[in-house]
Design a protein. Structure first.
Length: 286
């Protein structure tokens, strides 16, 4: 009996602490804004996004959340409203693998309210690797090609961009408490990045002869693709603007979140306070 009592007392802090932890799932879509997609926020050309994570409730308003997210982004000049950009005929696709930690602020107390709006902000690390297909359907990753002369001695100011970068995630959403353990939400999360190469497009067209000598014919072929279009410009536009380096690329997720609280949950507080009634000594029965 003594052993059982000691075991229960040892387990008690763990069970109380578990009430503050939640498992988080996310499902929705991903998109990006950059040189091939000039809209800040749109669902056009959106791709799938998924995520899993954990959340720790500090109190009724603040929580810390860690997430691992997967998404796909893509864009194609043929969908651009600008005829000049359509004639460029560039396109790309990329997977996004992201890990982040965020602080969440809930405006209302979900222990006593049915729903609440919330805000999130934090720091993330993500990986990307843009690729495209040629006219025969062959897949090529763009970063090693240095399509804008990156890494060539003729262009010392253009270095190969890193495929792992920092991001600042922020956004918000609405949460709805379905019961004492499950919460459903809708969230929009923006990602400010510090690279202009999510789409492999940033500066201008370099001399094709230099690019050919340094990177090969494939780099020249995929750096400018207007000649693939019917009645397209067959002349390589050396020195012309290819992208806008003054504006960094963004990506973002939006979709449904599901939170599942670990351990038993009772409405009324955090840090184990909601179980106070369960810990009271039994009353004498006469």
């Amino acid at each position: 009996m003594r052993t059982i009592l000691i075991g229960l007392l040892a387990f008690l802090p763990v069970s109380l602490l578990a009430q503050n932890w939640q498992l988080v799932g996310f499902g929705g879509v991903a998109n990006y804004q950059g040189d091939l997609q000039d809209r800040r926020f749109t669902t056009q050309q959106a791709q799938i996004a998924l995520g899993v994570g954990v959340q720790y409730d500090i109190n009724k308003h603040f929580a810390v959340r860690g997430m691992a997210n997967y998404g796909r982004i893509s864009a194609d000049d043929r969908f651009n409203k600008d005829a000049g950009l359509r004639s460029r005929n560039l396109n790309f696709k990329s997977q996004i693998l992201e890990g982040n930690i965020q602080l969440m602020y809930r405006f209302l107390d979900l222990e006593s309210k049915q729903w609440t709006p919330y805000l999130i902000a934090g720091l993330g690390v993500f990986g990307f690797d843009p690729y495209t297909h040629d006219t025969l359907g062959n897949k090529y990753y763009l970063q090693p090609l240095g399509t804008e002369g990156q890494g060539l001695t003729a262009f010392p100011d253009r270095v190969m961009y890193k495929r792992v970068q920092l991001a600042i995630p922020f956004g918000g959403g609405i949460q709805l408490r379905l019961n004492e353990q499950v919460t459903l939400g809708y969230e929009i999360g923006m990602r400010k990045t510090f690279t202009d190469y999510l789409d492999d497009v940033s500066t201008n067209y370099v001399d094709p002869d230099i690019l050919l000598a340094g990177r090969g014919a494939l780099a020249v072929e995929l750096a400018y693709r207007g000649d693939e279009l019917k009645n397209g410009n067959q002349v390589y536009p050396t020195g012309a603007v290819r992208g806008g380096p003054n504006f960094k690329d963004w990506y973002y997720f939006q979709g449904i979140t599901v939170n599942f609280r670990l351990g038993s949950a009772r409405r009324g507080g955090y840090n184990g306070k909601s179980m106070g009634r369960q810990l009271d000594c039994p009353r004498n029965i006469n």
